[in-house]
Design a protein around this ligand. Structure first.
Ligand code: ZN
Length: 314
């Protein structure tokens, strides 16, 4: 166990410009630059320096680092030049199935929702319509589940009622198989293909090699990005991280030493396989300062930093 420190990472996902659409939570290059000035450029350590101090247990309470999850191309094209302007080197946590040509639907569906509907409520309306016409009732997880907007996901304050209703139908009524069937058929009915929607979503091996060659740090984020890795067996978890480890090692030419937990999901079996793979540093997806291991460093979501910045500006 390490000392309780307030040092933490900042967690980034989506960025937008003329080519990459402004989906929920996406920020522009200018917004990232404003955020760096707001946080204080000097507090933001390079990833390698953060790792060194973390291993030596010499991180100071104000120390920060930047982390980019999911291997997204918009991060490389939009955030990376801003980091360069400020001389910041970051962690990039990459799930590796995308490097083998696999199409991870979570990201494709998000892109579809953002680019083919006027707004998210317009998408929800089309989605609920598609659910009503579903003929495959045997695929439903629980056709009789009852939605209560007051109690479902009540701990996430910023969800709208529609956000809650969508997540309820997706996770409680449909389950993964029926949800995928509905989304894929919506995409097909609009004359689109998963492959073309995915064309600009992820970095390729060349981009990762470029980051690695310029002193950014590439780390693990599982192979297929399961949303609940703790529901997998120990053997499946081992597979997720050994595949991720061997593919990234091949791409950048040396074994990664850091990682972040997809959807903040992990248990003792996860930590064990990571240690076996030689991972020295890991990040959670939220800010908790309770006593923790070297594989559970806290991170603040960038949206919370953005909100603090806007409050200050107001
Ligand atoms: Zn992720």
């Amino acid at each position: 166990m390490i000392n309780i420190s307030r040092a933490h990472g900042i967690m980034f996902h989506h960025f937008c410009d003329d080519r990459h659409p402004r989906g929920q939570g996406a920020i522009s290059a200018d917004e990232l630059a404003a955020m760096i000035r707001f946080l204080g450029q000097d507090r933001i350590l390079s990833a390698q320096e953060w790792m060194r101090r973390a291993l030596e247990n010499t991180l100071q309470p104000d120390d920060l680092c930047f982390t980019f999850d999911d291997g997204l191309r918009c991060q490389y094209e939009i955030a990376r030049p801003v980091l360069e302007d400020f001389g910041i080197k970051a962690f990039w946590f990459v799930y590796s199935s995308i490097l083998e040509g696999s199409l991870e639907r979570m990201e494709i569906y998000r892109y579809f929702r953002t680019t083919h509907f006027a707004d998210v409520d317009d998408f929800y309306a089309a989605f609920f319509d598609a659910v009503i016409t579903i003929k495959h009732s045997q695929r439903l997880r629980d056709p009789h589940a009852r939605f209560d907007p007051r109690t479902y996901l009540e701990n996430v304050a910023f969800y709208s009622e529609n956000d809650r209703h969508f997540r309820f139908v997706r996770d409680e009524v449909l389950g993964p198989a029926a949800y995928q069937w509905i989304m894929d058929s919506m995409i097909e009915r609009m004359g689109l293909e998963l492959k073309e929607l995915a064309a600009d979503l992820w970095m390729d091996a060349a981009a990762l090699r470029d980051l690695h060659a310029t002193n950014h740090v590439i780390g693990l984020h599982s192979h297929t990005h399961p949303t609940r890795i703790v529901r997998m067996t120990d053997a499946e978890q081992t597979r997720e991280y050994t595949d991720n480890h061997s593919i990234l090692t091949r791409v950048i030419g040396c074994p990664p030493l850091s990682m972040s937990h997809p959807c903040n999901s992990y248990n003792s079996a996860t930590l064990e396989v990571l240690r076996r793979l030689g991972i020295r540093l890991g990040f959670r997806a939220n800010l908790t300062y309770e006593e923790r291991s070297e594989l559970e460093w806290p991170r603040e979501d960038h949206s919370n930093v953005m909100r603090a910045l806007e409050e200050k500006a107001a």
